[in-house]
Design a protein around this ligand. Sequence first.
Ligand SMILES: CC(=O)SCCNC(=O)CCNC(=O)[C@H](O)C(C)(C)COP(=O)(O)OP(=O)(O)OC[C@H]1O[C@@H](n2cnc3c(N)ncnc32)[C@H](O)[C@@H]1OP(=O)(O)O
Length: 429
Amino acid sequence: MATRKSPAVRKVAIVGGNRIPFARSNGPYSRASNQDMFTAALDGLVSRFSLQGEVIGEVAAGAVLKHSKDFNLARESVLGSKLSPATPASDVQMACGTGLQAVINVAHKIALGEIDSAIAGGVDTTSDAPLAVNADLRQILVQLNAAKTLADRLKLVAKIRPGHIVPEIPRNAEPRTGLSMGEHAALTAKVWDITREAQDELAATSHRNLAAAYDRGFFDDLVTPFLKLTRDQNLRPDSSVEKLAKLKPVYGGPDGTMTAGNSTPLTDGASTVLLATEQWAKAHNLPVLAYLTFSQTAAVDYVHGDEGLLMAPAYAVPRMLERAGLTLQDFDFYEIHEAFASQVLATLKAWEDPAFAKEKLGLDAPLGSIDRTKLNVNGSSLAAGHPFAATGGRIVATLAKLLNEKGSGRGLISICAAGGQGVTAILEK
Ligand SMILES: CC(=O)SCCNC(=O)CCNC(=O)[C@H](O)C(C)(C)COP(=O)(O)OP(=O)(O)OC[C@H]1O[C@@H](n2cnc3c(N)ncnc32)[C@H](O)[C@@H]1OP(=O)(O)O
């Protein structure tokens, strides 16, 4: 008779990551598809860790903007990669939190013993956004497909009008409010009184830190050149506060504080992360850079309530800290995704605010301030760019490597996402 076994929770190791350099929208990757880019990021990981022909427990990944032909983008990318075709794959979608949520999904499977290894990641392209035909034309085309005679077909073709040719273009906006991410962030910036100067300072620091990290070779084993690009194209090492101060507001009207310089640009790119049990890593002679120890998601009602669209991490992090028995100050590194400089600063301000702590979080005292020298020390999305679903993988791989370099410590990841959601995690060495 078989002996019943209880699932044991196992430690989840981050072995390492890989990504292609991030490109500006309609730039060098304008003819590359999500599959091309994600397969390139996968194969970069495969060659880095000698995984050719390997059966991985699962590949989980996603894209925020997907063509219908990419109904299972992760699986198609696996089939196009050097991994064994016997590697299962699933698609994940949590807007800008997709990459980190993919990491968390497979981490849970590893922890519960379902799989021993996994690759998580994400990809996005705004250059190859899925344009759709308008609804009227779609109806005619469907009928045309079913028409039995030439006469019927000609009758239907005659119904097509010039206006039908206008495609439906995906908008970078919340369907329930009609406002773009930037317009929502501008409202939050006003509520939290985030100054232009503070935003430009954060943006300049992001560029400075990312440039320094490239210069010291930090990304030599994290970024695989793709289509002749060797560094993130958005990176401007000379992006000073003085230069940023000259840019015109793009959100929040003529008096707005948000510009093209302190907002992330539209970006194309892909990232991957290899996760495993300690035993699997050891058996494959691979390192353990760090462990994923906690994760937490949250969502806010930005439609009916007074919450900022990108403020969900302000709720997820305190819940996670409570579960982990940690304070906000117990970290060596903070990786806070820079969708907009104003959103990072609003989140930090919320954690410092006694009224927010009491009224929104139900806490007696605020979480407090962080040591800003530990924030995004190798740059973040303002400098690297933000190919929506690829950002989580970039951050996890960067933080795991940072912790491994330090030899000990703990890092906090916080990613805000469209739809009023937030995905957060803790990595520890
Ligand atoms: C959960 C989330 O993550 S939500 C976030 C999702 N992402 C988004 O919403 C993307 C938002 N970003 C955008 O839509 C666009 O990038 C915008 C609207 C902000 C800006 O678009 P554009 O105007 O096309 O930007 P563009 O790159 O041309 O920059 C405008 C100007 O600023 C300058 N500029 C931009 N960045 C910098 C910088 N860091 N330093 C100095 N100058 C800069 C450019 O050189 C350009 O100057 P020019 O007009 O003299 O050529």
